[in-house]
Design a protein. Structure first.
Length: 150
């Protein structure tokens, strides 16, 4: 195997891995959209939109962790650096999606979008994004642990 063959294999592996990261992100976003719709229809009328959003951060975090747990081996990332990179890609795509969806589809003001990110005003989105960022590492740790089977 030549040096060029080795570089070609690494490049192909990177493209496949990034494709898998993106596919799982699409699944995450689809799950979160469904979660958001169900929350808005069932929970928001009972507790209000703001409190419903706060609760949604926690239930959404569980959804994220379950999806990451079920798919992390397929992605192929194993090293902490790779896992954090997966989390960072998901984080960046999600923030971009949230802002664009909020502005374009929902017609939200910048202030309304920012309120979800302001911890001092009860916005818990940064916590959800932290879970999203760390979810690949948490998922692999849980997958690697015998804790669940002891």
């Amino acid at each position: 195997m030549t040096l060029n063959d080795s570089k070609s294999i690494k490049k192909r592996y990177l493209i496949i891995s990034l494709g898998r990261v993106f596919v799982i992100w699409l699944i995450l976003i689809a799950a979160e959209i469904i979660h958001g719709i169900l929350r808005a229809v069932t929970l928001a009328p009972l507790v209000g939109e703001f409190r419903s959003n706060q609760i949604g951060v926690f239930t959404g975090s569980v959804i994220i962790l379950v999806i990451a747990y079920l798919t992390i081996r397929w992605i192929g990332a194993k090293q902490p650096r790779e896992l954090l990179l997966v989390g960072l890609v998901w984080w960046l795509l999600t923030v971009a999606f949230e802002v664009m969806f909020g502005r374009i589809v929902m017609g939200m003001s910048w202030e309304r979008i920012a309120s979800d990110y302001n911890i001092f005003e009860g916005g818990l989105m940064p916590l959800g994004l932290l879970v999203l960022f760390l979810s690949p590492m948490i998922a692999l740790k849980l997958r690697s642990s015998r804790f669940w089977f002891d």
